[in-house]
Design a protein around this ligand. Structure first.
Ligand SMILES: Cc1cc2nc3c(=O)[nH]c(=O)nc-3n(C[C@H](O)[C@H](O)[C@H](O)COP(=O)(O)O)c2cc1C
Length: 339
């Protein structure tokens, strides 16, 4: 059995985490992942608009009603994601009011903004909840460490969804972070979708790996069947970086993505992002809703990672959580016996 700081501290059996995939809902997926012995993550889902805080609480209640296992959450703390300010306050309060939630909600991941405000608030109000932040480049990881986070999710550019301007790969980034901050818990994320990928992440010094796209293509995930079905036949070249609400975003190269506009330089991207307002953000959400509810993978926004080129079938969550983990252990044990 693979034991790491994360499996030990979080009380999970396998070093596998489902990556958050807001604005979509991943609560059923998270339940399946935690039940299989990994760590499921409830996403910051905002497709129901104004009721997002109430909705978030309902997702947490749903999780603990259907599983007794540890799990995590994501809050996107971007400027434009205005509900995050309420969520940062409410999450410790909800934990305090409900001992079952407090016991199970062990991991809170912030992303798409800075970690400082959440870190300060949660250290005081929820010191027993591990706070991690997404670090897509070493200079941002330095800030995460300065802010006192318990751990880092090192996410490389090959991953699906929002990415950094820097475009550093998971292969380089995980090694950089493991070398510079060996005392911090580390999750490798982006571009991992096989047992070999899991083994590589752990070999580079990660305490766990997180996968997004791989978990979309599972029986249990609540993604539309059209979304799941486009993953196995796709190739690694079928994604591209375009401009999303919080900066660059990796999407399926479909009609929406090609027409959405590609802004080339970081300065141009930043000024576009600063000009971006709530109305545009809500307009963008329609493109996600189209995919989620209608399965329109042509006119909708379809975040996927380059791992779509590695995934050739829809699997049960357990095949990934225990299956990949056990195979990764075998790979790591037998690495020197190849002839
Ligand atoms: C559909 C989708 C939605 C995503 N939404 C979020 C999000 O809300 N918050 C976040 O921190 N990352 C988000 N991401 C990024 C993932 O958490 C993770 O970094 C990425 O999926 C890793 O790459 P992979 O897909 O190759 O495993 C999203 C990714 C996908 C594919």
């Amino acid at each position: 059995m693979i034991k790491t700081r994360i499996t030990e501290k979080f009380g999970i059996k396998y070093p596998i985490i489902s990556a958050p995939m807001g604005p979509f809902y991943t609560t059923e997926l998270a339940i399946a992942v935690s039940e299989a012995g990994g760590l499921g993550v409830v996403s910051h889902a905002t497709l129901r608009g104004k009721n997002s805080v109430k909705d978030f609480k309902e997702q947490l209640d749903h999780f603990i009603e259907h599983s007794d296992k540890p799990f995590g959450i994501n809050v996107r703390v971007a400027r434009i994601q205005t509900d995050h300010r309420v969520l940062l306050r409410k999450i410790p309060q909800w934990r305090k009011e409900n001992p079952k939630l407090r016991e199970q909600l062990v991991y809170a991941l912030t992303s798409a903004g800075g970690p400082r405000v959440a870190g300060k608030m949660w250290k005081e109000k929820a010191p027993d909840m591990y706070h991690f932040h997404v670090g897509p480049a070493l200079w941002l990881v330095n800030k995460i460490v300065e802010s006192g986070c318990d751990g880092i999710v090192a996410t490389g550019t090959e991953g699906g969804g929002h990415q950094s301007y820097e475009g550093v790969t998971t292969l380089v980034l995980v090694q950089q972070v493991a070398q510079k901050y060996p005392e911090k818990m580390l999750v490798a994320c982006g571009g991992i979708a096989t047992p070999e990928g899991v083994a590589a992440g752990l070999a580079m010094g990660a305490d766990a790996v997180a996968m997004g796209t791989r978990f979309i293509a599972t029986t249990e995930s609540e993604f539309h069947q059209n979304y799941k079905d486009l993953i196995p036949p796709a190739t690694a070249r079928d994604t591209m970086l375009t401009t999303g609400g919080f900066g660059p975003i990796r999407l399926l190269k479909n009609k929406f993505c090609l027409e959405h506009g590609k802004i080339m330089t970081k300065d141009e991207k930043i000024s576009q992002e600063l000009a971006y307002d709530m109305d545009e953000y809500l307009k963008d959400l329609i493109a996600y809703e189209l995919v989620y509810t209608k399965g329109d993978t042509v006119d909708g926004a379809v975040p996927v990672g380059q791992t779509i080129g590695l995934i050739d079938s829809i699997l049960d969550v357990d095949d990934i959580v225990s299956g990949f983990s056990n195979k990764a252990e075998e790979i790591l044990k037998n690495i020197f016996s190849k002839t």
